[in-house]
Design a protein around this ligand. Sequence first.
Ligand code: BG6
Length: 503
Amino acid sequence: MANGHAQRKPDSCCFVLFGVTGDLTHRLVMPSLYNLAAANLLPERFCVVGVVRRGMSNETLRESLMEGVRKFATRAVDDAIANRLLECVTAIEADASEPGSFDRMKERLEKLEAARDTGGNRLFYLATPPNAFAPIARQLGRVGLVHQDENGPWRKLIVEKPFGTDLASAKALNDELLSILNEHQIYRIDHYLGKETVQNILVLRFANGMFEPIWNRHHIDHVQIAVDEKLGVGHRGSFYDQTGALRDMVPNHLFQLLSLIAMEPPAKFDAHTVRSEKAEVLAAIQVPNEDEALRNSVRGQYGQGRIGDEIVPAYDATEDVRPDSTTETYAALKLTIDNWRWAGVPFYLRTGKALGLKRTEVAIKFRQAPFAMFECTPVDGLAENYLVIGIEPTEGITLQFNSKVPGPTINISGVEMKFRYKDYFNAEPSTGYETLLYDCMISDNILFQRADGVEAGWRAVEPFLKAWKQAGGKGLEKYPAGSEGPSGAAELLRRDGRSWRKL
Ligand code: BG6
């Protein structure tokens, strides 16, 4: 997210992709590289190395990548641009379980870099299952491929999610990576930070003078962060059953939203300052004891149901899911942040799969007018004052407030002021990864997670993970696919005299 500069071309470099035959590369990484190529934002001299386990010709690899580009690039595909990009692709064999293959890869890579004149700048993208992150990084370190001298070419590592499965494993992974690379060389991706509306939270808060004075416990009643998904678990059963909704979504995506909403204003717009403020607010999330964790959380698992025309099988009848699974597909939490700005302001978070609607939004609920001046409408009859940041399906910002209904008497009705991205800006649709890849190539890591931020996120969810593990199936609510989720989620707010914002 370069700060105000005209977009420049990144330095020449070699982009080395582990997991090149996987789904992520197919659906997101290559289509995003294509989108960058079409926007003329790839380096002048560039090469892509697809790391394959077993021999694969360049032609076969290029053909399969081209399929992904055709299907998933969000810009119209121009064959000339796509072919020029695919000509940059070379398949090189390496397998972390066979260390010698990394020595051979190094030799081939250096020759390729010399031939393509990329200046030695290298970016290694780990689009692999998480158990491969550390072994690959170790081999890259051993053969010296990620070694960076002070004034020499840059060497970077992009690590996908999930970054650990709890605090201890995230710490262990951080320690391992930091024994091989410096923090500034590590780019931990969270694709929520690639979303325009998510980036816009910073601009909304800190480029406008009118929100900051009311952005605190004196004016805000509570905050809701909702990430509802229509999709069920599909073919990801084996991953998901060991993961669950909380690990899959909360310490990463939902906490990115929470930290942008709740952080203190950074003194500077640079990676160090912004990421420090984000980590700080995550570290201020109150850590509940086991009873509090159970009282302040709800978990559910979807049963069979209908979403649109489709009958969705129950989660526990899904391929690769244990039939007696107690993994949650829905999680709702009430969190509090222990600092002056937010003391006493609950943050309600929820996320779930196989729900009736797809919706991602942050809703900031302001305190009600303090007394009933208008006789026709009691205070509790007034519409609620919400500022809503819509992330999906509608990208925009909505302010909900009260207005007088035209006529001779004072009658009041809730109305909405709506800003929609598409009404103002004519942006090319994107996958959300373009900014992240581009930023990494220009060495801007504002939109990537730092080690302390990741660990603070895990620390905050760990009490819930532990309490749920302890409780086993007790307290896991079933909800039908296609519904609004478990009734306990509504209860979590109702007992505080609040409710989730309706669509
Ligand atoms: C991924 C999760 O990180 O985010 C998926 O692993 C989830 O389970 C996805 O569906 C949600 O992303 P988005 O951008 O569709 O909200």
